[in-house]
Ligand binder design. Structure first.
Ligand code: DAH
Length: 368
């Protein structure tokens, strides 16, 4: 270690003190800047803070002692400041962390259990929707989506609901305001079903088509135990040469068994939809009583689950305006549409549709 020393101080005016301390601080900083290794750090500590020979000790024993009484306070203040600087430099050089006290305050007990992150889970509607889609994906269907704000043309007209036709009244429609200046076909509404995406799909690609379309739909219905103004559907469309009603029956019978278990039976009941001819409602044997008859199936043994039918030639004619290959003389197809909430309620035994939307964790936690 070099023999440490500090210059003599004869002038104790404030400015002379400032100068003397500034020069000491500068050399402390310079010395600290180049420190590397424990030994060098220790040498720095001894040189500056050593009890007997350290420079700060020298400052107090020589400068402070020699100072006239009126300068002692000014000197003391500068001394303390310099000491703090040197200690700080030392701490930095030693890579010293926080003090013992603050270490203790921050100490963690590694034996305590950790904070558990709650795992998220699919909402029962999303889960059901995905399940339906994957049944058809496994049959080679692709998956598509379409807009929730739709035009009158796609939601109704091209699906063979002509303007003013009473069939429109079966789907109470929420319309976008201030559209009166537009031609009827361009007016916007919240789609009442996913069927318009059948047409959007056909306009985009010639046959063959096998597609399922999940999505959200809206109707101006009063909410009750089984109705909600917003709900979900999965639409299906299959178009090719020689598609028959048998294909429709076989496909949906398979899908219902995949969703509800292989013991489930299906039957097709005559119905009406403007965009299919013939049309049918698909009923499945009651999953609660196995078909014997119970309160859930109103003692009929059957539960109505979805609509379907052979695509009406009038619908193909609309598609053919953009894709001539949809010539009803050459191709045929079937379509179906099902309500996701209804299927989820059946699968999980939920009796109030509102439970799906209430965000009540006591309900949702059952699906984790
Ligand atoms: N779009 C119909 C509705 O919301 C459901 C439906 C019935 C879709 C028959 C179809 C179908 O594709 O063929 O009530």
């Amino acid at each position: 270690m070099t023999n440490v020393s500090i210059p003599e101080l004869a002038d104790f005016t404030e400015s002379a003190l400032d100068k003397a301390f500034a020069s000491l601080e500068a050399s402390a900083r310079e010395a600290a800047a180049g420190l590397s290794g424990d030994e060098a750090v220790e040498a720095f500590r001894l040189e500056w803070l050593g009890r007997k020979q350290g420079r700060l000790n020298d400052v107090s024993s020589r400068w402070l002692k020699a100072a006239p009484p009126e300068a002692k306070k000014a000197l003391g203040v500068r001394f303390n400041a310099l000491k703090a600087v040197v200690e700080g430099l030392l701490e930095q050089a030693a890579g010293a962390g926080p003090s013992d006290a603050s270490l203790k305050a921050e100490a963690i007990d590694v034996t305590l259990p950790g904070t558990r992150r709650l795992l998220g889970a699919e909402h029962p509607i999303t889960r059901t929707l995905n399940e339906i889609v994957s049944v058809f994906a496994a049959l080679g269907y692709s998956v598509g989506v379409g807009p929730e704000v739709e035009t009158d043309y796609y939601n109704f007209e091209c699906m063979n609901f002509p303007p003013g036709h009473p069939a429109r009244d079966t789907q109470d429609t929420l319309v976008v305001a201030n559209q009166e200046r537009r031609p009827l076909r361009d007016r916007l509404l919240l789609r009442t079903h996913t069927s318009p995406v059948q047409m959007r799909t056909m306009e985009q690609q010639p046959p063959p088509v096998r597609i399922v379309i999940p999505g959200k739909v809206h109707r101006n219905d009063a909410a009750d135990a089984t109705h909600s103004p917003i709900f979900h559907q999965v639409e299906g469309l299959c178009v090719d040469t020689n598609i028959t009603f048998s294909d429709l029956k076989g496909t949906l019978d398979h899908a219902m068994k995949a969703l509800f278990g292989s013991a489930v039976k299906t039957r097709f009941f005559p119905s009406f939809f403007p965009f299919t001819e013939p049309s049918a409602d698909v009923q499945i044997s009651c999953i609660f009583c196995g078909g014997k008859g119970c309160r859930k199936c109103k003692n009929s043994g059957w539960i109505e689950l979805l609509g379907c039918g052979m695509v009406d030639p009038a619908v193909f004619a609309f598609a053919a305006q953009k894709q001539p290959a949809y010539d009803p003389k050459k191709i045929s197809g079937f379509a179906f549409g099902m309500g996701v909430e209804r299927i989820a309620m059946m699968k999980y035994g939920v009796s109030e549709i509102g439970q799906f939307y209430a965000g009540d964790m006591r309900f949702l936690n059952q699906f984790v």
